[in-house]
Design a protein around this ligand. Sequence first.
Ligand SMILES: Cc1cc2nc3c(=O)[nH]c(=O)nc-3n(C[C@H](O)[C@H](O)[C@H](O)COP(=O)(O)O)c2cc1C
Ligand code: SF4
Length: 457
Amino acid sequence: MAETVDKMMAESVTLPLGPFPQFVTPHFEVPGIDQMDVYRAHGGYDTLAEVFQRFSPDALLEEVKQSGLRGRGGAGFSTGQKWSFLPPTSPKPRYLCVNADESEPGTFKDRMIMEVSPHQLVEGTILASYATKVRHAFIYVRGELPFAGDQMERAVREAYHAGFLGRDILGSGYDLEMTIHRGAGAYICGEESALLESLEGKRGYPRLKPPFPAVVGLYGGPTVINNAETVATVPAIVRYGAATYAAYGTAKSKGTRIYCLSGHVERPGNYELPLGTPLRTLIEDFGGGVRDGQRLKAIIPGGSSTPFLLPSQLDTPLDHEAVAAAGSMLGSGGVVVLDEQTCIVGAVLRMTEFYRDESCGKCTPCREGTFWLVQLLERLEGGHGNVADIALLADICDNMNGKCFCPLGDAATMCITSSIKLFHDEYLHHIRAHSCLVGPRARRASAMPPVAPASVR
Ligand SMILES: Cc1cc2nc3c(=O)[nH]c(=O)nc-3n(C[C@H](O)[C@H](O)[C@H](O)COP(=O)(O)O)c2cc1C
Ligand code: SF4
């Protein structure tokens, strides 16, 4: 282990649970932890009796607020604060929707939670529902994750059977129904308002906001929408207390989160680490460094919707504020490593194809913009572009950013604008050499004629 890990170990003497606590993934290595009896043998569902005895719903909400927990779905909004936005009274029932639609390229933590330890998500959902005084919770599972859906359905059935769901849970007087809903396979249904439309049986189009879901959400009732990892963290906050949880992380980004490490790295996987852990520690110490002895070229720190970072930024702490200061976003925690043999234009094309395919088509800038971005990137990557194409790419991104109906349009532009800024020469190489700079289709540019003057076709 490198210097940073040694430093974290040395500093951990003051930390209640050592340097690398597992709040979300404590027993994920235990065989059979997905089964009710094994889960309960490891303390599973113990928090329910404790909460019903010790906490009123408002007190539990306050505990979660004090823990500093922030949403793990992308935006990093304070969970306790979000819960407190629900109006105290409403003529309509209130709902909790757990967002397990996880489709962001590079992100695969919610899938692991559901497949490996589904009861933990059920337990967290019960606690979150109690704190928000919800009587019906929905868990929206990505359609392409059939095993995760099966695990969740079984866990919910078992929880009903054990008396953790239904009427008068553990004699507390609290009633809760829970429904697993499988999506049909659309990235846009992870956007919270499109998720609500989809749950209501309609086409997954985003809704205009305001009104926000806390006021007018599912079936018109006040609704909280939280990411699956966010909710699965709540049992640990109850078990260890808000202060212990908040002892980890940084001043504004508390606790731990699951980083999904993928790409050209020796040991890809999900790693639960304190927020603020340096990117270098994740990639080099936990991930074993760049695969096959290659050098690092770029990092996507928070899923495909976040701008690239460079190797010179490897010491950036993985917390919301530090990654933003470095010019990117922590997003959904999907850290993608790209080695020196990666054609950036090709990688950007692949990601943009994803956004084109997943654009719901409701608004023109995104529907048309993603189509034209792919056309241009295909031309450039294929070695048939010219310098005006780079300017045109940037112009289309500018016409999308902040001008689309929902954040998917903005997300689609991130990898393009940051690649033009950071890897401009690689775009020029494609134009000059009519080929990639690196990778299997690379050709040297030294013998090539200079770039032709800009002309718009
Ligand atoms: C296009 C798009 C896709 C999204 N996909 C997801 C997703 O799969 N899972 C998720 O939790 N949040 C996703 N989000 C964010 C949600 O809209 C929402 O902010 C989040 O579920 C709130 O949970 P949190 O506060 O616990 O982070 C997506 C947002 C957008 C714009
Ligand atoms: S930005 Fe894209 S995904 Fe969002 S509403 Fe417009 S077309 Fe649909």
